[in-house]
Design a protein around this ligand. Structure first.
Ligand SMILES: Nc1ncnc2c1ncn2[C@@H]1O[C@H](COP(=O)(O)OP(=O)(O)OP(=O)(O)O)[C@@H](O)[C@H]1O
Ligand SMILES: [Mg+2]
Length: 525
């Protein structure tokens, strides 16, 4: 709870208050401990204090037990004992509820939280789709092509349409974007289909989350607590981790540089944080480290919650200034190493051996260290964590339903919208291209038919001319014959008449023969 403008989180065994300084809250933190040791309650106490300061908070609710923050805490004998032990009543402790907005990627236990394929980006999307390096590179090219052609990638069908288009036109794209393997594209499309089958098509849709909507306060000035129901999402660890990572990078990209402030602009709790680092490719790992490092100057504090601090890679762990370590058990040599590693990450307190204490802590107890005014980690303390003011545990569906529908953001995000994006554009383009192709083919066919007809006509003309020529020749030949005959006969008659019967015959034949020879020579030439 908030005390003197600071986050009062616990008391030492001597009853001294232990604080987290709001101005150091953007130096990130870690809440670790075995199952059932009190991590979630610690998280609630921290979140309540930030909300009291008017700082918005984001929490992923993996077990459904964070949802109780929307209701007042319930009184009990155990709570009365704690209130007394911590001297909470004098400090103004009261059971109270907090302004909560419930979100759910599946849209069942919260306002649908969606994003678009474009906003997720190729790196995170490759992680969700389980792509290899080559496929990831091709997905990056797909994003570049979409960018260059102003194609909106909103949902999975946009992505599939673009990938298929790339596959069909891979030769044309090769000049500008390099070789695009059709086999790799087919593998990416298959991964997208698998995601759709698993229900993943629900969260790539409009209206996409505007992360600025998280920066709200309740009517009482308390910072809005955005709770992402992750009870289903956690079944797919990679999807869960990638979505949270996307939100973190959205915050990073959306918020301006602010340097060190008196209190953070937002606090982001990353529960089951080990999933973020499990089998994470180097490229993504580097990005996580970079975001964690730089987001601080944007006023965002990231708190990783996990069972074992060894789950967090050294590069990230080194950046977590505020640490709360609940009990860890050491049954095996490997467990012992984990305890030792956890203990070594603290500044030793000469009053006790950290590694021993970590194993002896009861539920709701912890070893902790926070950054002081100068940014130096305090010597670690053994503490008891305060109880929360809101309800410990979850809520029933009717309360949740009431809260979801009562949110001012419900009407903004509830109905999915399918905008005019890459799929629609490429479909129209496909229809237009097919029509243009059809028209071109029809024209070509028409042209060929015309050509064929003209050739046919020319041939027939030629044929007709040849026939006519032949006819003419024939006619001339007949004329020649008849003229020669007549001439011969006439000559013969005359000769015959002159030389008698013998002479007539001889003359006729001779004349005819002479005439024929003369005429045929004339016509042939
Ligand atoms: N600070 C506290 N004040 C009062 N009760 C607490 C406190 N911390 C833990 N408890 C009690 O212990 C129970 C378990 O704590 P919690 O749910 O926070 O454990 P956890 O570490 O989150 O476990 P898991 O890893 O299973 O999620 C709580 O339901 C609550 O009854
Ligand atoms: Mg828990």
């Amino acid at each position: 709870m908030l005390r003197d403008g600071k986050v009062w989180i616990a008391n030492t065994e001597n009853g001294e208050n232990v604080f987290l300084l709001p101005k150091m809250a953007n130096r990130h933190g870690l809440v670790a401990g075995a199952t059932g040791t009190g991590k979630t309650i610690t998280l609630k106490v921290l979140a309540e204090s930030f909300s009291d300061m008017g700082v918005p908070v984001f929490l992923a609710d993996v077990k459904g037990d964070l949802s109780g923050m929307v209701l007042e805490g319930a009184d009990s004998e155990d709570m009365q004992k704690r209130i007394q032990k911590f001297g909470l009543a004098e400090a103004g402790f009261k059971y109270q509820k907090y302004p909560v907005t419930f979100w759910d990627i599946y849209g069942e236990k919260g306002i649908p939280l969606r994003t678009t394929i474009s906003e997720m980006g190729p790196l995170l999307l490759s992680r969700i789709l389980g792509l290899n390096d080559l496929q990831r590179d091709i997905l990056s090219i797909a994003f570049k092509i979409a960018d260059d052609n102003e194609l909106l990638l909103v949902d999975t069908k946009d992505l599939k349409a673009l990938l298929n288009y790339m596959s069909e036109n891979s030769k044309e794209f090769a000049a500008d974007y390099g070789n695009i393997s059709k086999v790799s594209i087919a593998a990416i499309v298959r991964a997208v289909v698998s995601l759709e089958i698993a229900g993943g098509d629900k969260f790539f849709f409009e209206p996409a989350l505007n992360i600025r909507d998280w920066f709200a306060t309740g009517t009482d000035g308390k910072g809005m607590i955005s709770i992402l129901d992750s009870t289903s999402l956690i079944n797919n660890g990679t999807l869960y981790a990638t979505f949270l990572l996307w939100m973190m990078s959205e915050l990073f990209e959306t918020l301006p540089e602010v340097g060190d402030l008196d209190k953070p602009k937002m606090v982001f709790f990353f529960d089951e944080a080990h999933l973020l680092f499990k089998d994470t490719p180097k490229l993504l790992m580097d990005k996580i480290e970079q975001v964690v490092k730089l987001i601080r100057s944007k006023g965002v504090g990231i708190y990783f919650v996990t069972q074992n601090p060894r789950d967090i890679p050294d590069g990230v762990l080194a950046q977590l200034g505020n640490k709360i370590q609940h009990a860890l058990h050491a049954y095996t040599p490997s467990d012992m190493k984990a305890v030792k590693a956890a203990a070594d990450s603290f500044r030793e307190n000469p009053a006790f051996k950290t590694a021993d204490v970590i194993q002896e802590l009861g539920v709701g107890e912890a070893v902790c260290s926070f950054l002081d005014e100068s940014g130096t980690p305090t010597v670690c303390e053994k503490v008891k964590i305060l109880p929360p003011q809101s309800l410990m545990g979850g809520i029933d569906d009717s309360v949740r339903d009431r809260e979801i529908k009562g949110s001012v953001l419900y009407s903004k995000y509830f109905e999915p919208v399918d905008p005019d994006s890459a799929y629609e554009f490429l479909e129209r383009k496909g229809i237009a291209d097919a029509k243009a192709k059809e028209e071109l083919e029809a024209k070509e066919k028409e042209r060929k038919e015309l050509e064929k007809k003209e050739a046919q006509e020319a041939k027939e003309k030629e044929k007709a001319k040849a026939a006519e020529d032949r006819k003419k020749k024939q006619a001339m030949k007949s004329v020649g014959n008849s003229v020669a005959g007549t001439v011969g006969r006439e000559v013969g008659k005359t000769v015959g008449g002159t030389f008698g019967k013998f002479g007539k015959t001889l003359g006729g034949n001779l004349g005819a023969s002479l005439g024929r020879g003369l005429l045929s020579t004339l016509f042939k030439s």
